[in-house]
Design a protein around this ligand. Structure first.
Ligand SMILES: [Zn+2]
Length: 345
């Protein structure tokens, strides 16, 4: 099978398109023929060596955390999935730890992610435990599913579960042209919120308005804090959704109203920030972390995609052999929504 791997950490040039022996499913595993694989920021961070997670693959490493495709073989003991099923795969949780038992399997102690711990979807075939597989509803294309999994799953978990967004609230979404940001705009709209979004260019702003944002601010051209205050009569926003980190995260804290919430689920720009604790307690602002999504959240968003209430935003589809180009585009921020890799026929 053909695969894209890296044998050393570094720039996009370390990604190599090569031939390796086909995978075979072990007991409890399913073998999936990859039809679409989403490209994420974590891919770039793992490839560069900036991010090292416990238990991640030894080199050579196969990236790709969200895969949609068809089941082509099943290992011994597999019960839930059959050959020919259309599925989505991403994360394997244990089903037994404290968090899994409590329905918070995104925090599973034994969580193993495709593309990080398990050889991922930058390949023609993927082998994964059947516990990591979700059947695709009719009417959801492979490309839609791969583009929706992480972006909508995360945005739903951030806004609805962790952020407790209510109809009528005002939400600030930073970096709204990113996969998760553009998903957040659609979910916030569905939830009946008033949406203020930030992005970098007028061209991206136009597309964010089309997804449902009420106001779009251009960063750093406009002063986001003073614009947010102007748009909210000086009050600030009820909820901030930040994936950028660093200075932008701090700006989000200042944009939050008294008693407001700030949910962080990423640090694309920087994982460090120095904040004023006095401002935090006097204003009773909550800082909330969010990571991943639960299986039921993913099933919910797939249902909404099937009913066309959420529309995954696909920037472009590239052949697997052009994974390097995909990474360059992501690193340079020249992406609106999701880039998908598709193995050549
Ligand atoms: Zn668990």
């Amino acid at each position: 099978m053909r695969v894209v791997r890296f044998h050393e950490y570094g720039g996009p040039e370390v990604l190599r398109y090569e031939e390796i022996p086909d995978l075979h499913p072990q007991a409890g595993e399913v073998l999936i023929r990859v039809r679409a694989c989403g490209v994420n920021h974590i891919d770039v961070m793992l490839r560069s060596g900036r991010l090292h997670l416990p238990g991640q693959q030894a080199l050579p490493h196969v990236l790709g955390m969200e895969v949609a495709g068809e089941v082509v073989a099943v290992g011994e003991g597999v019960k839930r999935v059959c050959v020919g099923d259309r599925v989505l795969a991403a994360v394997v949780t244990c089903g037994e730890c404290f968090f899994c038992r409590g329905g918070r399997e995104n925090l599973c102690e034994n969580r193993r992610m495709l593309g990080t711990h398990i050889p991922g979807g930058y390949a023609e075939l993927v082998a994964i435990s059947e516990r990591g597989v979700i059947p695709l509803p009719d009417g959801v294309e492979f490309s839609e599913a791969a583009a929706a999994r992480t972006a909508f799953g995360t945005a739903w978990h951030v806004l609805i579960e962790r952020g407790r967004l209510r109809p009528g609230e005002v939400v600030l979404i930073t970096s709204a042209s990113s996969g998760v940001g553009s998903a957040g705009v659609q979910i916030a709209r569905l939830a009946g919120a008033h949406i203020i979004a930030t992005t970098s260019t007028e061209e991206k702003a136009e597309r964010i308005r089309a997804l449902g944002a009420h106001e779009v601010l251009l960063y750093p051209k406009q002063d986001v804090l003073s614009e947010v205050r102007r748009l909210t009569d000086g009050r600030g926003v009820d909820l901030v959704f930040d994936v950028v980190g660093g200075e932008v995260f701090l700006q989000g804290l200042q944009c939050a109203a008294k008693g407001g919430r700030v949910v962080t689920c990423g640090a694309i720009r920087s994982d460090q920030a120095t904040l004023n604790i006095i401002q935090l307690f006097f204003r009773e602002v909550e800082i909330i972390g969010a990571t991943g999504s639960t299986q039921s959240e993913v099933e919910t968003i797939l249902g909404l995609v099937a009913r066309k209430e959420l529309r995954p935003v696909v920037d472009r589809v590239l052949p697997l052999s052009e994974a390097r180009q995909a990474h360059i585009l992501v690193e340079e921020g020249r992406v609106f929504g999701k880039i998908l890799l598709v193995p050549e026929a």
